[in-house]
Design a protein around this ligand. Structure first.
Ligand code: LLP
Length: 419
């Protein structure tokens, strides 16, 4: 459930009419609801109430805005980061280093050193080679880096191929059947404190079954590693729970997820770690846009909006569906193709969709844009970088400025020989 509802015929974010934000900030603009972030953060944690020892690390790639990180911190979450930049954000938002998990398949030496200096709580290693490199950097500092080994369980998450990470052919983690040997090798290196196993099989999962299959395999591996005399105190179960993008879709609830995890991990005797992203942020944001014009099409008209694939990449990249709704619906509907102004055909949000009737100048939203929305935005076609607004009750604030094209090309240089 979110806090983007019609009141008096006008869509509101909590107590703020979206018309007011559009008038003040312009469009396109992402609008977030603090109460929705808080509600989802609590629901996820409540779902895990039966897990005695746990660490919640919000996957900040989903939405790394500093205001969002502040909210998550206040809810007791640490951060899962995948780059030096994400780590810097988490620290800037007041997350203690010890609550940060550093994931990612390509951490470079500079990022590893910075993370050690920041006292990052856990590195999730994705290869033996990475472990050897981190061990050397940590040993040179006279410390041992706390690590988990990310394992590729070869389980099909049943999600879009581009966001599936747990099949053997994916680049993530070490092969399941070699994980025990690699763990043993890394545990013998000064500079590493091997303490756990990690898994993440993909994102936007519609069913708990593949997650359960992966966790069962991880439990068996845990037994093998311990039987070899090695220590495992932490099991990182990643993120991945999907959210409804279409009205009426039903997804596993945090409570159902928690019950499954509790059942599978009952005998593990380990601290469980979680990296939720989308399930927290997805429905906590919308992309507010204005219709530029409506143009006739062969079968249905094109509704051309001022948001484009550079602002919300998911439809172009993953064929993703985002519900589209008028800010001030008239009750009439129309069949339409919803497109942005960018000069390529992939700048299409929807084809042949039945939507609220729209004319030039009308405001509308793409729903479920709080995760993997603004964070994936670019300035392609020399468009402005899309701004972000946070709403809390009747208050609202711009939490990321619109970056004008002039600001962006001000950082470009013409060399002498071209001047
Ligand atoms: N942990 C790891 C190691 C991950 O790679 C991810 C997501 C997460 C946690 C968080 O997963 P979530 O709970 O959000 O499913 N841009 C794509 C999604 C990419 C997800 C990448 N990894 C999209 O827009 O659908």
């Amino acid at each position: 459930m979110d806090h983007f509802e019609l009141r008096g015929g006008v869509l509101h974010a909590e107590d703020v009419p979206l018309t007011a934000i559009a008038a003040a900030v312009g469009t396109p603009v992402y609008v977030y609801s603090q109460a929705t972030f808080e509600r989802h953060a609590r629901a996820f944690a409540d779902g895990l109430a039966a897990i005695p020892r746990k660490h919640l690390a919000y996957a900040i790639k989903a939405n790394p805005n500093l205001a969002v990180l502040r909210i998550m911190r206040a809810q007791g979450y640490g951060a899962d980061v995948v780059s030096g930049g994400e780590m810097a954000r988490a620290l800037a938002a007041g997350m203690p280093g010890c609550d940060i998990v550093f994931s990612g398949v390509g951490k470079d030496a500079g990022e590893m050193a910075a993370a050690l200096d920041a006292g990052v709580g856990q590195f999730n290693l994705e290869s033996e080679e990475e472990g050897i490199e981190l061990a050397a950097i940590a040993a040179a500092r006279g410390i041992a880096a706390a690590c988990a080994l990310r394992v590729n369980p070869d389980v099909d998450a049943g999600t879009h191929g581009k966001i599936s990470t747990g099949k053997a052919e994916n680049k993530f983690g070490v092969p399941y059947d070699r994980a025990g040997a690699i763990y043993a090798r890394l545990a013998g290196l000064p500079g590493l404190e091997m303490r756990g196993l990690a898994v993440h099989i993909g994102s936007q999962l519609a069913s708990l079954d593949p997650l359960e299959a992966a966790f069962v395999k991880m439990g068996a591996l845990l037994g093998e590693v311990r039987a070899a005399g090695l220590t495992v105190t932490h099991m990182d179960l990643g993120g991945g729970i999907g959210v409804p993008y279409r009205a009426g879709e039903v997804f596993p609830t945090p409570a159902e997820y928690g019950a499954m995890v509790a059942r599978v991990s009952a005998a593990w005797d380990a601290t469980l770690m979680f990296e939720p992203g989308r399930v927290i942020a997805g429905n906590a944001g919308v992309l507010l846009t204005r219709v530029i014009r409506v143009k006739p099409g062969v079968t249905q008209p094109f509704v051309i909006v001022d948001a484009a694939m550079n602002d919300l990449l998911r439809p172009a990249m993953y064929d993703a569906w985002h519900d589209f709704a008028a800010v001030s619906p008239t009750g009439h509907t129309m069949g339409a193709n919803i497109v942005g102004p960018i000069c390529e055909s992939s700048d299409t949000f929807a084809m042949g969709r039945e939507i609220d009737a729209m004319t030039a100048g009308d405001l509308a939203i793409f729903r479920t844009a709080g995760a993997y929305g603004a964070t994936m935005a670019s300035t392609y076609n020399s468009r402005a970088l899309v701004p972000e607004v946070m709403v809390s009750g009747s208050r609202w604030a711009v939490v990321a400025d619109r970056f004008a094209p002039e600001t962006i090309f001000a950082a470009e240089r013409v060399p002498d020989w071209l001047a």
